[in-house]
Design a protein around this ligand. Structure first.
Ligand SMILES: [Zn+2]
Ligand SMILES: [Zn+2]
Ligand SMILES: [Zn+2]
Ligand SMILES: [Zn+2]
Ligand SMILES: [Zn+2]
Length: 559
């Protein structure tokens, strides 16, 4: 079924499978296209824009997702979880003379919010959208890590720094989309490998530099075998100075752009479109996801089933629709940040809530509407009336309106994936943050005067204020980072964390799909003298340089 998006006016498709799902979770087909839907969810996720302020009750200096000027009460982790306040004390009676969202807004503005979103973590105060981490610093969308720093979307890793989208890896640096790797640096899309430097799409390989599409390869440079000594020599040369490292980065970029690529980075997947997938079955438009079955229009998801339109959706979720930031929840719709919840709608920051609508900051509860508890019978009676009311005012089945997002659009992941300007954002109903973070012009070392080699760097660097080459923001080197650079013999970075992260994001493909043909013309393949006839959905746009192959042709060439 073809529809026109009510927000951007572009045409989009609602599939037969989508309609069955909407029926199953008791919602109506969306009026927005998938992109407009995801923008509204991402507007609720400020991951990395941090402000210095104080905790409202205890006055302690904290780092927070909300500046001092934010209208919400902001609590540090200790205060938010303490028994000194009760979220249920904010309970509101439902008033059918007002709209649902008017009443939710009245509640939302009063209820304390967590300064940072972090659960079950030890000595990891500067982490956000994160749970079950130990001794980590500035990691985001991160679960079950130890001793990791400056990374986003990192799962079950140890001792990794400056990485993005990595799983079960150890001692990696500047790696993107790697899985089960050990001591790899500047690598992309590698799996089950050790000691790789500037490598792309390798499997079960070790001690390689500037290699692509290698399988069981060892001691190789540009995919040619070398001795262990040659490998060490090349490695030392690359890391000998900042200048040589920058040269190597350019060389790798060039190498990558000419390589053969598979239409999607997908391993152990079946019947799913999207990119950066592992162990996914049955779905469309799925990105950066591991272990899903029957999930569509998803991103940043781990181990979940039978859900649609969810982001940052982790561990054993099922039958959810239109959700942002979820851990172990089921049968829930249109929520932001719910953990261990069941049958919850239009709620934010709730834990262990079963059957709730319009709740905020509930830590344990059942049959609740606007933070007020009801009997089971009354709950379902009022819920039915709210559904009717929302159907009448056409808000039924839609996510929270953009103006209820507690952040400026430019502070959120929405801006990272859809970089629209202030005017456009406001036209779409999003908020905008005027305030800037960080300091400028306070540097004690100018960028061109940075030490060229790590050998010249002493612990005194920890007292210095550095300046980012790109955005001119000031930044510092932390002790853990210093120790890592020394141990790995790496020159100091000339950019702050955010610009380093943006550089990594630019190396990844966009969350968009184009319908294309396999580019293979190799006569030795099953298609013979004919060009391969296979078609696919790929995140490589038609104007890119890479040679894009279908699964069959790719496997014949690389294994
Ligand atoms: Zn749209
Ligand atoms: Zn506090
Ligand atoms: Zn910068
Ligand atoms: Zn092909
Ligand atoms: Zn072929």
């Amino acid at each position: 079924m073809q529809k026109t998006c009510q927000t951007c006016k572009k045409d989009f498709e609602i599939r037969k499978e989508d309609l069955i799902f909407y029926e199953q979770v008791k919602t109506v087909p969306p009026l927005d296209c998938p992109d407009c839907r995801v923008m509204k969810r991402l507007a609720f996720r400020n991951e990395r824009t941090f402000y210095k302020r104080s905790c409202d009750p205890c006055k302690k200096d904290i780092i927070s997702l909300y500046p001092k000027s934010s209208p919400y009460p902001i609590y540090c982790n200790t205060c938010w979880w303490s028994d000194k306040w009760d979220p249920k004390s904010f309970a509101q009676d439902y008033d059918f003379k007002k709209t649902f969202f008017e009443q939710y807004r009245e509640l939302q503005i009063k209820v304390p919010r967590l300064a940072l979103m972090m659960l079950n973590s030890v000595r990891s105060e500067y982490t956000n959208g994160a749970s079950d981490n130990k001794d980590c610093y500035l990691i985001f969308a991160a679960e079950y890590n130890e001793d990791c720093m400056y990374s986003r979307l990192i799962q079950k890793c140890k001792g990794c720094i400056d990485c993005a989208f990595i799983h079960q890896s150890e001692l990696c640096y500047e790696c993107i989309d790697v899985r089960e790797c050990f001591k790899c640096m500047f690598c992309q899309e590698c799996q089950s490998s050790t000691d790789l430097i500037f490598c792309y799409n390798m499997r079960n390989s070790n001690n390689c530099i500037f290699c692509t599409n290698g399988r069981n390869l060892s001691n190789a440079i540009f995919n040619v075998k070398y001795s262990k000594e040659e490998y060490e020599k090349k490695k030392n040369e690359i890391f000998s100075s900042y200048e040589n490292l920058e040269k190597a980065k350019k060389e790798f970029k060039d190498l990558k752009s000419k390589t053969i690529v598979k239409y999607a980075s997908a391993t152990k997947c079946n019947n799913v479109t999207g990119n950066y997938l592992h162990n996914c079955y049955d779905g469309v438009r799925v990105f950066d996801t591991t272990g899903t079955k029957n999930c569509s229009y998803m991103a940043d998801t781990e181990e979940s089933i039978d859900s649609m339109d969810c982001n940052n959706f982790y561990y054993k979720n099922e039958l959810c629709y239109n959700m942002m930031g979820v851990l172990q929840s089921s049968k829930s719709k249109n929520c932001a940040y719910v953990f261990y919840c069941n049958e919850v709608e239009y709620s934010e920051n709730c834990h262990n809530l079963a059957s709730g609508i319009g709740c905020n900051a509930i830590r344990k509860g059942q049959y609740m509407i606007l933070n007020k508890e009801y009997s089971k019978e009354d709950f379902y009676k009022i819920k039915e009336q709210i559904d009717e009311q929302m159907k009448k005012d056409t808000t039924y089945g839609k996510f929270f309106p953009p103006e209820l997002a507690p952040f400026g659009f430019n502070e959120t992941l929405g801006y990272e994936y859809f970089p629209i300007n202030e005017k456009e954002a406001k036209e779409k109903g999003f908020n905008w943050q005027e305030q800037v973070t960080g300091t400028y012009g306070k540097e004690t070392i100018k960028e061109p005067e940075m030490p060229a080699t790590i050998g010249e760097v002493t612990e005194d660097i920890l007292n210095q204020v550095l300046v980012c080459k790109d955005c001119k923001k000031n930044f510092r080197i932390t002790k853990g980072e210093f120790d890592f650079y020394k141990r790995m013999n790496l020159p100091l970075p000339h950019k702050d964390f955010e610009c380093r992260h943006q550089d990594r994001m630019k190396k990844r493909n966009p969350r968009k799909l184009w319908h294309r043909n396999c580019m293979c013309e190799l006569k030795t393949h099953q298609h013979g003298a004919q060009k391969c006839a296979n078609e696919f959905e790929t995140s490589y746009s038609p104007d890119r340089k890479e040679i894009v192959y279908c699964e069959t042709c790719y496997q014949q060439e690389v294994s």
